[in-house]
Design a protein around this ligand. Structure first.
Ligand SMILES: Nc1ncnc2c1ncn2[C@@H]1O[C@H](COP(=O)(O)OP(=O)(O)OP(=O)(O)O)[C@@H](O)[C@H]1O
Ligand SMILES: [Mg+2]
Length: 603
């Protein structure tokens, strides 16, 4: 249902640049003012040459020569000052655009539906959040777009001065602009493809490294170092090839082309100028001043061409950013999915009563999109305070049920309700704040034990976390560590054993003081004795709470009020342990297998 809904118009990189630049108008005005001043000062220098050659030297005016010399020293110093202020402002504005893009994209990704988010690799998310946004903000806006604006101003000044000196020569010099622009426009598609290739290669590298380091044990266990080395080597070769190509192309368009054009034009101007000097219609001073302006015009040309090339790079990266912005979001705040699937307005959440946490599934079916249902026609009810166990073969759909309760995925059919309220009418925020989840794929932050238990509150206060830790049977272990609750657990909790991680995750779930406890294989890695202790503590902790516990280890759910046996997405049996055992079905088989009372299996 409503899989493609996007009630808020998606943001996009270029409109965001515009919006951000509008906000920065005061700074941009200051930049323009500084540029005008800088340009004005810069334009004086050639005129000083003209004065020196045409007036001061012929008149042998030593005082004027001295003054002109002072001017020739002061002007570049002033220019340098203006240029530094300019640089800083430009970078600051460009970084502002990058910051805005990064912030908005990040905010968006935090709310994108998991199913959509997971279609992209972690490396792609990281590349786009860091490099793509940077290339658009810092590089395109800061180093190209703004200089282009500044240079346009400079160009007007330079052209006026040149035309004032000699309009026929100016016309000659101006010819280069349309010619170079035409060339860059003709190479636009080639440039885009080049940048597309480059960013694809960079994203691949980022994604690869992101998988490689967490996977180091597997790499070494399978003696795969040589294989990985070859893969990395291939990437490096490809990276080098495409980088060299991009750099060479960049240089060609930005440096070589304008430089050669500049040489040719300078030659032409000198030749034609010499002709006019001979004719007596141009002074040597004017010709020298005119030629002194040419590098300025050339600098503008260079910026123009650079911006053209860079625009293509920004476009490619904007497309990448936009494809993330286009992902559908979960409703946030007090918003919920629209009640009418055809509507494209979020609904407003029902204000929930403090949840008593009665949980109902009514004819719930969910398909991950593979065509085979992860959940099929599930109907069951958990009264407040009830303890429901879920068992069944691997891949049967147990975790899928947990994910549906959490609102990570939305079922295509049927209704899930809590206290009689359809989950779709509850804000995800209020729903999740009532649930304590221990997911199957545990995740811990590379932070202290107490901060992990108190997550997301960044508090080191041991007092509050110790109760939860005691209930999860992990307190003794923690206090035995040299740094106790301040021990850093390593990335994803890797410095702890799996059983320790599980108990820490249980403590974190209990710390939320949830009304509904969801445990997915939370005791699978515990030895039988510890599991018994956790079970006893869990019995106490679940008082007043509804608990849904997925377990392969059947002892964990021995005391469940009801057990659902899930196979191929369906509830195939239901009842308490005794009822299920006496039925002699799938549960009884699983039970027998775990009691070492194995039925004969033909191998
Ligand atoms: N993100 C996903 N995308 C596509 N299919 C998925 C996804 N997650 C799970 N599945 C599929 O849905 C089915 C049910 O998976 P689920 O994780 O719910 O099984 P489970 O009963 O929890 O298994 P286990 O006991 O091994 O944890 C499986 O066939 C699985 O391959
Ligand atoms: Mg599972």
């Amino acid at each position: 249902m409503s899989a493609s809904i996007h009630p808020e118009a998606p943001k996009a990189a270029f409109p965001l640049i515009k919006e951000e630049l509008k906000k920065q108008i005061p700074r941009i005005s200051l930049l323009v003012a500084l540029s005008l001043l800088g340009a004005g000062v810069g334009l004086v220098q050639p005129l000083l040459f003209k004065q020196l050659l045409d007036t001061a030297i012929p008149a042998a005016d030593v005082r004027l020569i001295g003054l002109l010399l002072v001017g020739m020293v002061a002007v570049p110093i002033l220019s340098a000052g203006f240029a530094s202020a300019n640089q800083y402002l430009r970078a600051y504005i460009g970084e502002g655009v990058a910051q805005r893009l990064r912030q908005d994209l990040y905010d968006h990704l935090l709310f994108v539906r998991l199913a959509d988010l997971e279609r992209f690799k972690t490396g792609e998310h990281i590349y786009r959040l860091t490099r793509s946004c940077g290339l658009i903000g810092e590089v395109f806006v800061g180093q190209h777009l703004l200089p282009l604006v500044m240079n346009a101003i400079l160009l007007i000044g330079t052209l006026s001065a040149m035309t004032w000196l000699h309009w026929r020569l100016s016309f000659l010099a101006l010819l280069v602009f349309p010619l170079s622009l035409l060339l860059t426009l003709k190479t636009r598609n080639y440039t885009q493809n080049l940048y597309r290739e480059l960013s694809k290669t960079l994203e691949w590298g980022e994604s690869y490294l992101n998988e490689l380091f967490p996977g180091q044990r597997t790499v070494r266990a399978f003696n795969a170092e040589a294989y990985e080395k070859a893969r990395w080597g291939e990437w490096l070769t490809e990276h080098r090839r495409i980088k060299a190509k991009v750099s060479a192309f960049h240089e060609l368009i930005r440096i070589v082309m304008p430089e050669s054009i500049n040489y040719v034009v300078t030659g032409l101007v000198f030749a034609y100028g010499a002709f006019e000097v001979v004719q007596g219609s141009l002074t040597i001073g004017s010709l020298v001043a005119f030629v002194a302006y040419l590098p300025r015009a050339y600098a503008v040309l260079q910026t123009l061409l650079g911006a053209q090339v860079n625009l293509q790079e920004a476009r490619v990266n904007a497309q990448k950013v936009d494809s993330l912005f286009a992902l559908a979001r979960e409703p946030s705040g007090d918003k919920v999915l629209p009640s009418d699937p055809a509507s494209d307005e979020w609904g407003t959440a029902v204000n929930p009563l403090p949840l008593g946490a009665a949980l109902s599934f009514y004819r719930v079916s969910f398909d991950y999109g593979r065509g085979d249902f992860g959940a099929r026609d599930l109907t069951f009810h958990a009264a407040p305070g009830e303890f429901i166990g879920i068992v069944g073969p691997s891949g049967g759909g147990k975790s899928t049920i947990i994910d549906l309760i959490m609102g990570f995925y939305i079922p295509q059919f049927g209704t899930i309700s809590i206290d009689g309220i359809d989950l779709r009418k509850l804000s995800l925020n209020s729903l999740r704040s009532q649930i304590g989840l221990v997911p199957q794929d545990l995740f811990l932050w590379n932070d202290s034990i107490s901060r992990n238990i108190n997550y997301p509150a960044r508090i080191d206060d041991v007092g509050t976390s110790a109760d939860a830790a005691r209930a999860a049977q992990i307190d003794d272990f923690i206090t035995g560590l040299p740094d106790g609750y301040r021990t850093i657990v390593g990335e994803r909790g890797l410095r702890l054993s799996r059983g320790e991680r599980q108990r820490l995750a249980i403590a974190r779930a209990l710390q939320q003081r949830p009304r509904l406890l969801l445990l997915d294989e939370a005791t699978s890695a515990l030895d039988a004795l510890t599991e018994q202790k956790v079970r006893a503590a869990f019995e106490k902790a679940r008082a007043g709470r509804t608990a849904i516990v997925v377990a392969h280890r059947l002892s964990t759910i021995r005391n469940a009020d009801r057990i659902l046996v899930i196979d191929q997405g369906r509830i195939v049996e239901t009842g308490n342990q005794d009822e299920l055992l006496s039925r002699g079905g799938l549960f009884a088989d699983l039970y027998k297998a775990q009691s070492f009372d194995l039925p004969a299996i033909a191998l």
